[in-house]
Design a binder for this molecule. Structure first.
Ligand SMILES: Nc1ncnc2c1ncn2[C@@H]1O[C@H](COP(=O)(O)OP(=O)(O)OP(=O)(O)O)[C@@H](O)[C@H]1O
Ligand SMILES: C[C@@](O)(CCO)CC(=O)[O-]
Ligand SMILES: [Mg+2]
Length: 406
């Protein structure tokens, strides 16, 4: 990157998994789409030999001397090849930060992920750079909407760009373009690195969350294979946040334990998840082929699939009474709901038909809010990771505390 740069602003979206969470960890297909809620990361140069972070959502404000970080013996010698995450590297970082091995404290995990990414990429001369990182996220932390992935993707894109491992997308003066997107090759590099950081937050992530945060839109993901879904109908979704905290890492580990204990029961269930996902894809394709006359029959199929999927998730033990309450409550209004993400708390999605009466949607929202949940209508399918050349008025308002001089 041009050595005169002063500040870069990068954002990446959160995600909803429409079908296939958990099964995707077992190499079954899943469908996910980007959300219109994003994390924004502002990176500025510092004039001293420190690196600092401000991640207010997890009450993290810290700085480190670069000289101290350099002493971490595990730093590798090839500056342009990001260092993969290893147990050795992770335990050195834990020792450096004096963290317990099994910590699930959001602040601890954010520090580890940050320090891993920060030390994994160096300048051509093998140096770490004095930088200041500030984050503003529209995503609830740990609610199943991919907050960890959007953070990992922003940090990966920023560090790879600052150290010229990938090129900053160009902006020509006078362009109407307000943000830049990296080339396919560079997106792949960003995504690979972010996946490593996700291992700190998730343990054994499938890679679906960081892939959606990187590429945006809607994707079919299976065993690391990312397929863009171009023809997805414009889905309207109601998102409900139970506000029940949970750890994706713990839930994924829990399902693994049961799977290993009862493989003969869990294997066919994973195959059922696959069948649901494939049927949903087939239905989306039929809907977009005949978008003018989308029959109510096809929406009924999607509704059935939402119900079946939720029941399968319940069967593997990742639903809970709050999520079931939301399913029941929306069902009283004729609507169909499933959890999204890791479950046992976090968020649920409710499918809205194009012909669902808006008054009824308002009523159900009021009802959900009266039970103490956050609830909002959302759009899916926006861009993946981008670097912002010009901020829109909305973004300026959003980031006013992050950036002192706009
Ligand atoms: N805004 C943020 N600031 C700092 N750290 C964050 C932020 N958002 C997420 N994190 C980190 O990510 C962790 C949450 O990741 P987790 O995977 O459990 O939830 P999620 O990504 O929101 O949900 P899911 O992975 O199920 O979609 C937090 O504990 C924290 O370490
Ligand atoms: C539960 C899970 O399937 C989705 C979390 O958003 C875990 C993963 O795919 O890494
Ligand atoms: Mg996550």
């Amino acid at each position: 990157m041009d050595s005169n740069w002063k500040r870069i602003i990068i954002s990446a979206p959160g995600k909803v998994i429409l079908h296939g969470e958990h099964a995707v960890v077992y190499k079954e297909p899943a469908i996910a789409a980007s959300l219109d809620l994003r994390s924004y990361l502002c990176v500025e140069k510092r004039n001293d030999d420190k690196v600092s972070v401000q991640f207010p959502d997890v009450k993290l404000a810290a700085s480190w001397n670069i000289q101290d970080l350099k002493k971490l013996s595990i730093l590798k010698c090839d500056p342009l090849e990001p260092q993969p995450l290893s147990e050795e590297l992770l335990s050195s970082l834990r020792e450096f930060t004096q963290q317990k091995k099994d910590t699930t404290d959001p602040k601890d995990l954010a520090i580890l992920a940050f320090l891993y990414l920060y030390t994994a990429i160096q300048s051509k001369e093998g140096e770490l750079s004095p930088l200041d990182f500030k984050l503003m996220s529209q995503l609830p932390v740990g609610a199943g909407l991919g907050s960890s992935a959007s953070l990992s993707v922003c940090l990966s894109a920023a560090l790879l760009t600052v150290h010229s491992v990938i090129e900053q997308p160009c902006y020509t003066d006078g362009d109407k373009v307000i943000f830049g997107q990296w080339s396919a090759l560079h997106l792949e590099t960003i995504n690979k690195l972010a996946h490593q950081a996700e291992k700190i937050m998730h343990g054994n992530p499938s890679g679906i969350d960081n892939s959606v945060a990187t590429y945006g839109g809607a994707i079919r993901f299976q065993g690391g294979n990312i397929q863009k879904i171009d023809r997805i109908p414009e889905l309207r979704i109601l998102l409900t946040n139970t506000k029940v905290p949970r750890s994706t890492k713990a839930l994924v580990a829990d399902v693994r334990k049961k799977y290993d204990k009862y493989p003969e029961i869990f294997r066919p269930v994973m195959e059922s998840f696959r069948a649901v996902t494939e049927k949903a894809l087939e239905t989306y394709r039929m809907m977009s082929r005949d978008s003018i006359n989308v029959t109510t029959d096809l929406y009924s199929v999607l509704e059935d699939l939402v119900d079946i999927n939720q029941n399968l998730l319940k069967l593997i033990g990742v639903s809970n009474s709050t999520l079931e309450q939301i399913c029941q409550l929306t069902s009283d209004y004729g609507l169909h709901t499933k959890l999204t993400g890791a479950g046992r708390g976090g968020c649920a999605i409710t499918l809205l038909r194009p012909d669902t009466d808006p008054v009824r949607v308002e009523e159900v929202q009021d009802k959900l809010r009266s039970c103490g949940f956050d609830c909002w209508k959302t759009g899916v399918g926006g861009p993946g990771v981008v670097t912002h050349f010009i901020l829109t008025q909305n973004e300026q308002a959003l980031l006013k505390d992050l950036i002192t001089v706009l």
